[in-house]
Design a protein around this ligand. Structure first.
Ligand code: BES
Ligand code: ZN
Length: 875
C-alpha cells in the first residue's frame, strides 16, 4: 500500500453472489477485446503524446455502439469495420467514451476498432506521465506509466477492467538515443528518418490493462544473468550503480517462486526501473516493474538496515505479483486482496527463506498484523471483500485491510492447513486459473481440495465481514476451566449490539505447559475449556490469529512472569504487549496492565519485543501530548528506566560481528533513549552530528541517523535547520535524503515550521514526498497545530495540486488531523469538512476522527491511573 492511508465504508458486503451482477456495470458486454495494437509517441517539448490503438473485438450482441474507457484523451477519429463513428459521447463521471455507428455489427463476428488520439504527459503520476530529474545541471524528463487501478484509460482508450484480458502489441516512437521499454522484449527497431526510431515489442500473453507499462527516457542499467532470462535494474544516469542488489535479489527470488509454486515465470525478461516521481512505493507491471527510487536502489555503505529490509520486501512483493495478480487476476477490484494479500504474504515467506537470521515472521506480529488490527478496529473499516465501483472508491481500498488483514488471513490458513499443504493448494489454484481471473471462492476450492478441510465455511466470515473479535477470558480455579467469549472489538470501546452480530471462527491456539493445542476453533459466542491446571496458559499461540485477548489483571501479572521464565515465544511476548496496549486505548482494560507488564520485562533481549514495548509507550505519549508537561516528563523518566542502562551497556557502535537483530535492537534502544531525553545519549548524538557536518561522514551511523537528526531538530538552532536542509538537497544516499526531509518537520520553532510548510508547494519537495515532512510535524504539538492550520488555510490549493484520484490527498488529510487528542478538535475537523467534498478520502477522514476520539476518551479515563502509577514508581 502506497502511503499511510486507509479507507472504505463500513457497510457489510453481505452476500457477494448477489453483488456480482451489479459490480462491473460500467462497460457494457456487447463487445469483448481480444487484441490491442498500440503505437505511442511522447513529445518532451509539448508534454503531449500522439497515439493510435487498433483493438480486435469479438461482437457478443448485435449493436451499433461501442463503449470504451477514456479519460483526458483527445480522440481524433474512430473507425470500426470500415465505418467512421457518427458520434462520440464522453461521460466524465464514468470515465467512458461512447461511439455510435450507422450500421450494426453482427453478433459472432470479429471487428477492428481503430482510434487515433492525443493525450497529455501529465505530472500527476497517473496514466502515461512525465517524471523529471537532474542530469549534468539540467532538468530532464522521462515518460512512464502508472495504470493501476484505473488509469490505463488516461494512456489510451481501452476496456479498462481487470477481467477483460487481451494480448497487447506495443510500439513506441522516440528519439534514437533514448531507451524504450515495455512489458515484453524488443521484436525489432525500425529507423524513422534520421533521428527517430520505432521500438516494436513482442506480443504479451493474455493480460489485464492495469498491468501494461511503457517507458521512454535516457536510462542506464545493471544486470544479473544468473537466471534463465535477463534481469536488469534501470535508472536515470548515475543512479544505476545502486541497482545491483535488486537485480541479484530478483534473479534469486524468481527462481525461488518458480520452484515453490511449480510454475515458470512466463515472460522473456524482467526489468526493474527506478522512477523519480512515483505515486505508490512500487508497481508490479508484468515484466517491467517500476519503483520509487528509495524502494529499489540500495547503497550498502550509506544506507541502513531498515532500508535493506524495505527494498527486499518491496522487490519480493512485486515479484510475487508476477504470479498473484499478473498470471492469475481478481475478476473485479472487490477481490483486490487476492493480489495484495498474497503478494504481502509471499514477500514475507520469500524473505524468511532468504534471510532466516532476520526472523521476519517474528517481526510480522508487530508489523502487518498490528496494521491490520489497528485499522480494522475502527468503525470506518471495511470487509476484505467490499463492493467498489468508482475509481475514487477503488483507490481507497489499497489499505491495511487488503494488504495486512489479507496476508494475516493467509498466514492463519497456512498455519491451520500446514504450510506445505497450503502452498500445494495455492500452486493448484494458480495452475488452474493461469492467464485467467478468479474470485475468492476459487481459492477456497483449491485449498479445500488440497487439504480435505472445509475451508469455505471457516473463511467466508473472515473475508465478508468487517472487524475482528476480542476474546475475554475468565477463569474458574475450582474446576480448572476457562471460559472464552467473543465480541466485536472497536478502538473506541463503544460497540453497539447491531455492530456485534458476527460470530468469527477463532483459532484459539491454546498454549499450556504441556504444549500447544491448535485444534480448538471457537465457532460460537462463548465456550468453556477444560485445562489440566491454571498455572500457565495463553491463547493465540504465536499470535497467528486475527484477534485480541483480554485476561484478568491477575493473569496479566502471571503472563508477565511466564515471559521472563521462557514459556513464551517472541511472537507471544510481542503479541501480549500489543494486546495490552490496544486494550488500554479502547478501555477494555486499564493502562496499568500494560505498564506493569513492560515494567517487568526490562531484561528482555529481543528486538521485536522491545520494538513493540517502545511503540506502545510512545502511543501513550502521543495521546497525552497535549496534556500537562509533568506527566510527559514522567513518561520519559519511565522510558529511561526501561532503556537507558541497556543502551549504555550495548553501546552504539555497529560491528560486523553483530547480528542483524542485534543491530536493529541497538538502534531502536538508542532512539528511544534519545527521545526520552537521556543526557548521555543526547550528548553523543549531537557530537556525532557536529562532526558529521565538519566532514567526518563516518560519524553518523546510518542505523542511528534518524534518531540523531531528531535530536538535532530538538536542539533546534537555525543553523541546524540549514544543515539538515543542505543534507536533503545533497545527500549521501536516498534514505538519508528522506530522513533529512522528515527531520525538517521535527523542528518546533514557529518560524522554522512555517518554512517547512512553505517548501511543500514551492518546488523544493516533489509531490510524491509531501507526506514526509508532515510526518515529522506530526511528532510535536506545535507541528500538529500548525499543519492543521495550514490545511485549513490552503485547502483550495491543496485540492488543486493533489487531485482526489491521487492517494496523497487522503494521506495529507489523515496525517494533518489524526495527531489531535480531544473531542473538541474532532468536532472542529468535522465542521471544517462538512462543507467540502470528501471524495477520495472520506474513509481516511472517518478513520482519523475515530482515532482522535479514542485518544480523547482514553485520556479522560486513565489520566489519574497513569499519574498515580508513575508517582508510585518514582517516575
Ligand atoms: N499494486 C501495488 C501498487 C499500487 C498501490 C497501485 C496503490 C495502485 C494503488 C504494489 O504492488 C504495492 O502494493 N506496492 C506497495 C509496496 C509493498 C511492499 C507493500 C507500495 O506501493 O507501497
Ligand atoms: Zn502489491
Amino acid at each position: 500500500m502506497a502511503l499511510p492511508q486507509s479507507k472504505y465504508t463500513n457497510i457489510e458486503s453481505g452476500n457477494s453472489r448477489g453483488f456480482e451482477q451489479i459490480c462491473h456495470p460500467i462497460l457494457p458486454k456487447n463487445v469483448k477485446p481480444l487484441r490491442y495494437d498500440l503505437t505511442l509517441e511522447p513529445n518532451f517539448e509539448t508534454f503531449k503524446f500522439e497515439g493510435e490503438v487498433k483493438i480486435d473485438l469479438e461482437v457478443k450482441e448485435d449493436s451499433n455502439q461501442i463503449t470504451v474507457n477514456s479519460l483526458e484523451i483527445d480522440i481524433h477519429s474512430v473507425e470500426a469495420a470500415g465505418q467512421r463513428a457518427n458520434t462520440i459521447e464522453f461521460d466524465e463521471d464514468k470515465q467512458t467514451a461512447l461511439f455510435t455507428f450507422e450500421n450494426k455489427f453482427a453478433k459472432g463476428t470479429e471487428i477492428a476498432l481503430d482510434i487515433k488520439f492525443t493525450g497529455t504527459l501529465n505530472d500527476n503520476m497517473a496514466g502515461f506521465y512525465r517524471s523529471s530529474y537532474e542530469h549534468e545541471g539540467q532538468t530532464k524528463y522521462l515518460a512512464t506509466t502508472q495504470m493501476e487501478p484505473t488509469d490505463c484509460r488516461r494512456a489510451f482508450p481501452s476496456f479498462d477492467e481487470p477481467a477483460l484480458k487481451a494480448i497487447f502489441d506495443v510500439t513506441l516512437i522516440s528519439d534514437k538515443g533514448l531507451t524504450a521499454l515495455s512489458n515484453m522484449d524488443v521484436k525489432e527497431v525500425r529507423e524513422l528518418g534520421t533521428d527517430k526510431k520505432a521500438t516494436v515489442f513482442n506480443s504479451t500473453p493474455l493480460m489485464s490493462t492495469y498491468l501494461i507499462a511503457f517507458i521512454v527516457g535516457d536510462l542506464r542499467y545493471v544486470e544479473n544473468n544468473d537466471f534463465r532470462i535477463p534481469i536488469r535494474t534501470y535508472a536515470t544516469p548515475g543512479l544505476e550503480k545502486d541497482g545491483q542488489y535488486a537485480a541479484d535479489l530478483t534473479a534469486k527470488t524468481l527462481s525461488f517462486l518458480e520452484e515453490k509454486f511449480d510454475i515458470q515465470y512466463p515472460l522473456p525478461k524482467l526489468d526493474n526501473v527506478a522512477i523519480a516521481d512515483f505515486s505508490a512505493g512500487a508497481m508490479e507491471n508484468w515484466g517491467l516493474v517500476t519503483y520509487r527510487i528509495v524502494d529499489l536502489l540500495f547503497d550498502e555503505k550509506n544506507s541502513n538496515l531498515n532500508t535493506k529490509q524495505r527494498v527486499t520486501e518491496v522487490v519480493q512483493h512485486e515479484l510475487s505479483h508476477q504470479w498473484f495478480g499478473n498470471l492469475v487476476t481478481m475478476d473485479w477490484w472487490e477481490g483486490l486482496w487476492l493480489n495484495e494479500g498474497f503478494a504481502t504474504w509471499t514477500s514475507w515467506y520469500a524473505c524468511n527463506a532468504f534471510y532466516p537470521d532476520w526472523k521476519v515472521w517474528e517481526q510480522y506480529v508487530t508489523d502487518s498484523l498490528q496494521h491490520a488490527l489497528a485499522l480494522d478496529a475502527l468503525r470506518a473499516s471495511h470487509p476484505i471483500e467490499v463492493p467498489v465501483k468508482r475509481a475514487d472508491e477503488i483507490n481507497q481500498i489499497f489499505d491495511a485491510i487488503s494488504y495486512s488483514k489479507g496476508s494475516s488471513l493467509l498466514k492463519m490458513i497456512s498455519r491451520w492447513l500446514g504450510e506445505e499443504i497450503f502452498v500445494k493448494g495455492v500452486s493448484n489454484y494458480l495452475k488452474k486459473h493461469q492467464f485467467g481471473n478468479t474470485k475468492t471462492s476459487d481459492l477456497w476450492e483449491s485449498l479445500s481440495e488440497a487439504s480435505g478441510k472445509n475451508v469455505v465455511e471457516v473463511m467466508d466470515v473472515w473475508t465478508k465481514k468487517i472487524g475482528f473479535p476480542v476474546i475475554k477470558v475468565t477463569e474458574d480455579a475450582s474446576t480448572n476451566t476457562i471460559s472464552v467469549k467473543q465480541n466485536r472489538y472497536l478502538t473506541t470501546g463503544d460497540v453497539r449490539p447491531e455492530e456485534d452480530e458476527t460470530i468469527y471462527p477463532v483459532f484459539l491456539g491454546l498454549k499450556t505447559q504441556t504444549g500447544t493445542d491448535e485444534s480448538v476453533v471457537l465457532n460460537a459466542r462463548e465456550a468453556t475449556l477444560q485445562l489440566e491446571d491454571l498455572k500457565f496458559f495463553k491463547l493465540n499461540a504465536d499470535q497467528s490469529g486475527i484477534y485480541r485477548t483480554s485476561y484478568s489483571p491477575d493473569r496479566w501479572v502471571k503472563l508477565g512472569h511466564a515471559g521472563v521464565d521462557g514459556l513464551l515465544s517472541v511472537e507471544d511476548r510481542a503479541g501480549l504487549v500489543a494486546d495490552a496496549g490496544a486494550l488500554a486505548v479502547s478501555g477494555y482494560q486499564s493502562t496499568l496492565s500494560l505498564l506493569n507488564l513492560v515494567h517487568g520485562w526490562k531484561t528482555e533481549s529481543n528486538f521485536v519485543v522491545w520494538d513493540e514495548i517502545l511503540t506502545r509507550v510512545s502511543t501513550i505519549k502521543a495521546a497525552w501530548i497535549f496534556e500537562d508537561q509533568n506527566i510527559l516528563d514522567s513518561l520519559n523518566a519511565f522510558t529511561r528506566a526501561l532503556v537507558s542502562e541497556k543502551t549504555h551497556s550495548l553501546g552504539w557502535e555497529f560491528k560486523e560481528s553483530d547480528s542483524f537483530l542485534e543491530q536493529r535492537l541497538k538502534s531502536v534502544l538508542y532512539g528511544s533513549a534519545l527521545n526520552a531525553k537521556d543526557e548521555v545519549v543526547i550528548k553523543s548524538a549531537l557530537e556525532s552530528f557536529d562532526n558529521y557536518i565538519k566532514g567526518d561522514k563516518e560519524s553518523v551511523n546510518p542505523n542511528l541517523r534518524a534518531s540523531i537528526f531528531g535530536a538535532v531538530a530538538r536542539r533546534g538552532n537555525q543553523s541546524d535547520y540549514e544543515e539538515i536542509l543542505k543534507i536533503y538537497k545533497n545527500p549521501l544516499s536516498n534514505d538519508e535524503k528522506i530522513t533529512a526531509l522528515r527531520t525538517l518537520g521535527r523542528f518546533e520553532n514557529a518560524q522554522l515550521i512555517e518554512r517547512t510548510l512553505g517548501y511543500l508547494f514551492d518546488g523544493t519537495i516533489r509531490a510524491q514526498d509531501i507526506y514526509i515532512p508532515l510526518q515529522g510535524l506530526r511528532t510535536h504539538k506545535a507541528g500538529i497545530e500548525a499543519t492543521w492550520g495550514w490545511v485549513q488555510k490552503n485547502w483550495d490549493e491543496i485540492t488543486r495540486r493533489l487531485p482526489p484520484g491521487l492517494s496523497m490527498l487522503g494521506s495529507v488529510v489523515t496525517i494533518s488531523t489524526s495527531g489531535f487528542t480531544s473531542e473538541s478538535k474532532a468536532k472542529e475537523i468535522e465542521q471544517f469538512f462538512a462543507s467540502k467534498s470528501t471524495k477520495g478520502f472520506d474513509q481516511g477522514l472517518a478513520q482519523s476522527l475515530d482515532t482522535v476520539r479514542s485518544k480523547a476518551s482514553w485520556v479522560v479515563r486513565d489520566h489519574k491511573n497513569i499519574y498515580s502509577w508513575l508517582k508510585e514508581h518514582d517516575f
